[in-house]
Design a protein around this ligand. Structure first.
Ligand SMILES: *[C@@H]1O[C@H](CO)[C@@H](O)[C@H](O)[C@H]1NC(C)=O
Length: 368
C-alpha cells in the first residue's frame, strides 16, 4: 500500500531536483563540442568537463540556477587560479572556437582570454547571442574579420579582441552597440577607416584601437562621446588633422595619437584642456607653432610632441602650468630660448626633452 504512494513521490522529487540543479542537455552538448575543437595540453582545465551536470564544478562554467542554462564561459589563461600557480606556467591552448557555442543562447559572458594559440575566426553566429554582455577573446591568434552584424549585440558592454590577428575593416554596425563601455581592438591588423558614426557609442568610456593599420582621418563624431576618458589611436596610419573638438571633451584624460601620419597644427583646445593628463602626439607630421595656451590648470603627467615638424618657440605659458611630469619636444624645428625657469618649477626636465631641434638654447641646454 505505502510503496505505491512513496515511489511516485520519489520519482517526482528526483525530477524536480534534476530540473533545479541539472544543466540544460543542449547547453551541455554544445559545451562538449566546444571542448572537442580545442586542445589544452598542460593544465587539464577540461578534465572537470565530464558528467551530466555541466552546472556543477565544470571549470569556468556558470549557470542560471533555476533554468539550468549556461550563462558564463570564463576561461582565462593568465589568471591567479591555483591551476596555473601549481604548474608555474600560464595557459596555452590550440584549436578553434566552435560555432556550437552559439547554441548556448542565454550566454552573458564569453571569455576565452590569453591562451596564446587559439586560431580560427570569431564564429559570426555569436552576434545572435542577444544576452551577451562581455565578449573577451584577448591574447589568442584569432584571425578573420569582426562579424559584420556585431551591432546586433545590444547588451554588449565589453568587447575585447586585442592581441590577435583580426583583419578587415571595423564594421560600421559597431556604432550600434548602444551599451558598449569598453572597446579594445588593439594590436590586430585592422584596415580601413574608423566608422564616421563612431560617436554614436554614447556609453563608451574606453576606446583602444592602437597598433593596427587604420587609415583615413579621425572622425569628428568621437568628440560627442561625453563619457570617453581614454582614447588610443596610436600606431596606425591615420591622416588629416586632429579635430579641435577633441580638446573640448569633458572627461577625456588620456589621448594617444602617436605614430600616425597626422598633420596640420596642434589644436590649441588640446593643450588648454585641463582634464587631459596624458597627451602623446609624437611621431606624426604636425607643423606650425605650439599653441601658447597653458595655464594654472594645466596638469600633464606626460606631454609628448617629439618627432614632428613643429617650429617657433617653446611656449612661455608652459611656466604657468601646475604640473608637467614628462615633457618631450625633441626632434622638431623649435628655436629660441627655453623659457627662463622652465628648469626650476620642472627641474626634473632634462636636456633630452629639448634635444634635436634647430636652434633651442638656455637651461637645460647650453646658454644662449
Ligand atoms: C609617445 O609615443 C611614442 C611613439 O609611439 C613613444 O615612443 C613614447 O614613449 C610615448 N611617450 C610617452 C610619454 O609615453
Amino acid at each position: 500500500m505505502a510503496s505505491s504512494f512513496i515511489i511516485p513521490v520519489t520519482v517526482f522529487l528526483a525530477t524536480v531536483i534534476i530540473a533545479v540543479n541539472g544543466c540544460s542537455p543542449s547547453d551541455r552538448a554544445a559545451l562538449l563540442s566546444f571542448k572537442a575543437a580545442l586542445k589544452e595540453p598542460y593544465h587539464g582545465i577540461f578534465n572537470s568537463w565530464s558528467g551530466e551536470n555541466c552546472c556543477l564544478n565544470w571549470y569556468g562554467i556558470s549557470c542560471d540556477s533555476t533554468s539550468g542554462r549556461v550563462t558564463d564561459i570564463n576561461l582565462r589563461g593568465e589568471s591567479e587560479d591555483p591551476i596555473f600557480e601549481k604548474s608555474g606556467r600560464s595557459g596555452y591552448m590550440t584549436g578553434k572556437i566552435s560555432p556550437e557555442i552559439c547554441k548556448i543562447d542565454r550566454l552573458t559572458s564569453l571569455i576565452i582570454a590569453d591562451w596564446k594559440a587559439i586560431t580560427g575566426d570569431i564564429p559570426p553566429c555569436v552576434t545572435s547571442l542577444s544576452n551577451l554582455r562581455i565578449l573577451d577573446l584577448i591574447g589568442n591568434q584569432i584571425a578573420g574579420k569582426i562579424p559584420s552584424t556585431i551591432g546586433n549585440l545590444q547588451s554588449l558592454s565589453v568587447l575585447n579582441l586585442a592581441d590577435n590577428s583580426i583583419s578587415g575593416e571595423i564594421p560600421a554596425s559597431i556604432a550600434d552597440l548602444g551599451s558598449l563601455k569598453h572597446l579594445d581592438l588593439s594590436n590586430n591588423v585592422l584596415t580601413g577607416s574608423i566608422p564616421a558614426n563612431f560617436g554614436k557609442l554614447q556609453m563608451l568610456s574606453r576606446a583602444l584601437l592602437n597598433r593596427n593599420k587604420l587609415t583615413g582621418s579621425i572622425p569628428v563624431s568621437i568628440s560627442n562621446i561625453y563619457r570617453l576618458a581614454d582614447l588610443d589611436l596610436s600606431m596606425n596610419r591615420l591622416t588629416g588633422s586632429v579635430p579641435s573638438e577633441l580638446g573640448k571633451m569633458q572627461v577625456l584624460s588620456t589621448l594617444n595619437l602617436d605614430s600616425n601620419l597626422l598633420s596640420g597644427q596642434i589644436p590649441s583646445s588640446l593643450l588648454s584642456n585641463s582634464g587631459l593628463g596624458i597627451l602623446n602626439l609624437s611621431r606624426n607630421g604636425f607643423s606650425g607653432t605650439i599653441p601658447d595656451v597653458f595655464g594654472p590648470k594645466s596638469y600633464f603627467m606626460a606631454l609628448d610632441m617629439s618627432f614632428n615638424n613643429l617650429n617657433g618657440r617653446v611656449p612661455g605659458s608652459l611656466l604657468s602650468a601646475k604640473y608637467i611630469g614628462h615633457l618631450d619636444l625633441s626632434h622638431n624645428h623649435l628655436c629660441g630660448s627655453i623659457p627662463l625657469g622652465l628648469g626650476s618649477p620642472f627641474d626634473h626636465l632634462e636636456a633630452s626633452s629639448f634635444s634635436n631641434n634647430d636652434c633651442l638654447c638656455g637651461n637645460p641646454l647650453k646658454t644662449c
